[in-house]
Design a protein around this ligand. Structure first.
Ligand SMILES: Cc1ncc(COP(=O)(O)O)c(C=O)c1O
Length: 366
């Protein structure tokens, strides 16, 4: 599903040089590399500020806190996402409130307003699989109801909505640099993007023990810092991100052509707008109860697959306290039983994609 070794081979000398630079300087936490990467990432996303933290999970949690989310508040999001999206809401003390998704796998914007109560403080859309949520109506709803918007862009580095990069549209944007992400570190890392100086300033405090200067703590902050070595690696990789995303888009368009007409297969549904998908995952739906047998067939033919995600958050044991049973989110639940992620990463080229598509077609013809 990813080719980190192949990617490394292509950028080896730049990576070694970057790591050496840090080792030679002997500064490992909140030094020049983090500062430079924050500046470069902010420019890339088209925002004023970027604050490096220890993971995407921390990015979400600290973004929520810096936007003033507190215990008793409600945050509207989706249930088909990575567990940390929702866990971060819980860490902030707020309650996650789920809205179903639409055919694009992202939040169904028509379902949001019905879930707003006087405790709702935030909408947290997830740009799932690299496809931007429909941000215009989301921002309009947030404006109408005085809510903040925190974007979960952990899977969507470089994706665009209406010519704006994700992470630059809401009050804060949250990114993960988990190694397999489109922009991945060689360890954990995360980033929050924002245009508001107050939010950025609060984040800088929250990530570093709440200190304004050494041993002067004005709030009860955390230790959540992106380290110098990861920042130096990410600076090398950021320069290649657009090229890698373009390769993912090319791979996806070959799949769309080859799988588009096949019975029992639904290729990704996109809105009719100028959003730019970055295909962190290429996710098909397999109908007629055939997903598991297709998965086994592909595995036997040497093709890795995954399911993102097999159990929606409202049906996870950890969220049993929400009291939502089966049937609460019909499209999310249908998707969980039909979705299949197939390889789309930048190390694959047209011949690989054709081989995988042929393999799927020959299974279906059987
Ligand atoms: C949508 C989404 N949100 C949040 C996260 C959390 O990021 P991290 O693993 O860096 O904590 C991830 C990554 O796994 C993710 O895919």
């Amino acid at each position: 599903m990813a080719d980190l070794k192949g990617q490394y081979d292509g950028i080896k000398s730049d990576i070694r040089e970057a790591i050496d630079r840090v080792l030679e300087k002997g500064i490992f936490i909140l030094g020049e590399e983090v500062q430079a990467f924050e500046k470069e990432f902010a420019e890339y996303c088209g925002v004023k500020f970027a604050v490096g933290v220890a993971s995407g999970t921390d990015a979400l949690q600290l973004a929520l806190r810096s936007c003033g989310i507190k215990p008793g508040d409600e945050v509207i999001t989706v249930a088909n996402t990575a567990f940390p999206t929702v866990a971060a809401i819980s860490y902030s003390g707020a309650k996650p409130v789920f809205v179903d998704v639409d055919e694009t796998y992202d939040i169904n914007v028509n379902g949001i307003e019905a879930k707003i109560t006087d405790r709702t403080k935030c909408i947290l859309p997830v740009h799932l699989y690299g496809y931007p949520a429909d941000m215009k109506p989301i921002m309009e709803i947030a404006d109408r109801h005085g809510l903040v918007v925190v974007e979960d862009a952990c899977q969507a580095h470089g994706a665009e909505y209406d010519s704006m990069k994700v992470g630059s549209i809401g009050n804060a944007g949250c990114f993960s640099f988990y190694p397999t992400k489109n922009l991945g570190a060689y360890g954990d890392g995360g980033m929050i993007t924002a245009n508001d100086e107050g939010i950025a300033g609060k984040l800088q405090l929250l990530r570093d023990y709440g200190q304004t200067q050494r041993y002067r703590h004005i709030i009860k902050g955390y230790n959540s810092r992106l380290d110098e070595i990861q920042a130096s690696i990410l600076r090398v990789k950021l320069k290649r991100l657009d090229e890698w995303n373009e390769q993912r888009r090319k791979n996806a368009s070959v799949y769309n052509k080859l799988l588009g007409g096949l019975e029992d297969i639904a290729t990704p549904a996109l809105r009719n707008d100028n959003s730019k998908h970055v295909y962190h995952q290429y996710v098909i739906r397999v109908g007629n109860g055939r997903r598991e047998s297709l998965r086994a067939w592909l595995r036997d033919n040497g093709v890795a697959t995954d399911i993102h995600y097999p159990i929606p958050l409202h049906l996870q044991e950890a969220y049993a306290d929400l009291g939502l049973g089966k049937g609460a989110l019909p499209i999310t639940e249908r998707n969980a039983s039909e979705i299949l992620s197939i390889p789309v990463h930048q190390g694959l080229h047209e011949a690989d994609i054709r081989m995988i598509a042929d393999s799927i077609a020959s299974f279906l013809a059987d």
